[in-house]
Design a protein around this ligand. Structure first.
Ligand code: HEM
Length: 208
């Protein structure tokens, strides 16, 4: 393992050691959303208590695959030259230092998306992640030389990749087809809830 490749234990047990990961701290942004907004969105994506249980089960299966999942997402992004400047240098040439700096946080998000309680800390860190895709905060955490804003259309479109590729990983430890279906349904709802909240910094309150 290099210092840039988190071990499964780091992914699951010591998130506070991940540079730039400010979940639950005063350094994270303050979300303008209320807990009532969150409850209503949770109902809108139809995230049930059964889904929350299935997500905990998914976390066990995904914990040591999260780094591979993010590698696969990035490979998919890398096939599209028009996206190169957002993760690379502004001219689209590779920026491995930036990729290495952000990867442990992205890995950790997969586990968080399955395990974190939906509370004020969750709202705040999701707002922070949204901001980090926009010119408000992109590049600032890692002092990166990269384009300063990911268009919302790509953030939304890429959600399909995150959702559609999940069953392979959920099935990797021998879960039954029905169990994979249940975890995938829950994961789909969780990813949609996250990305929906991430769009808040892109849009004024009245339109959002
Ligand atoms: C559903 C779609 C997406 C998901 C789930 C996702 C997830 C994440 C997560 C979890 C982080 C780390 C946030 C943190 O600092 O804790 C992150 C950061 C980042 N993402 Fe995404 N992302 C998505 C779409 C995209 C797209 C389409 C691109 C590029 C075209 C992209 C490029 C980046 C970059 C460059 C960063 C680092 C931002 C910074 O400078 O702090 N993401 N993303």
């Amino acid at each position: 393992m290099t210092e840039h490749t988190p071990t499964p234990a780091l992914v699951t047990e010591h998130p506070e050691r991940i540079p730039g990961y400010t979940y639950g701290t005063a350094q994270a942004a303050v979300s303008p959303l209320t807990l009532e907004d969150l409850d209503r969105l949770k109902a809108a994506v139809w995230l049930t208590a059964d889904d929350e249980e299935a997500l905990r089960e998914a976390a066990e299966i995904l914990a040591d695959q999260a780094d591979d999942m993010v590698t696969a997402y990035r490979a998919r992004l890398g096939l599209q030259p028009w996206l190169g400047g957002y993760s690379g240098h502004p001219d689209g040439t590779p920026n491995p230092g930036y990729g290495a700096a952000t990867k442990p946080r992205f890995d950790r998000w997969i586990i968080d998306a399955c395990t974190r309680p939906l509370d004020r800390d969750w709202l705040n860190y999701q707002h922070e992640i949204g901001l980090r895709h926009t010119r408000a905060r992109k590049n600032t955490t890692d002092h990166a030389d990269s384009l300063d804003h990911i268009p919302m259309r790509y953030l939304l479109a890429f959600t399909a990749v995150v959702i559609a590729t999940a069953p392979t990983y959920l099935a990797a430890k021998g879960a039954s087809a029905e169990h994979v279906r249940r975890m995938h349904s829950a994961f789909t709802k969780s990813v949609m809830l996250h990305v929906t909240v991430w769009t808040r910094p892109y849009v004024d309150a009245a339109n959002w």
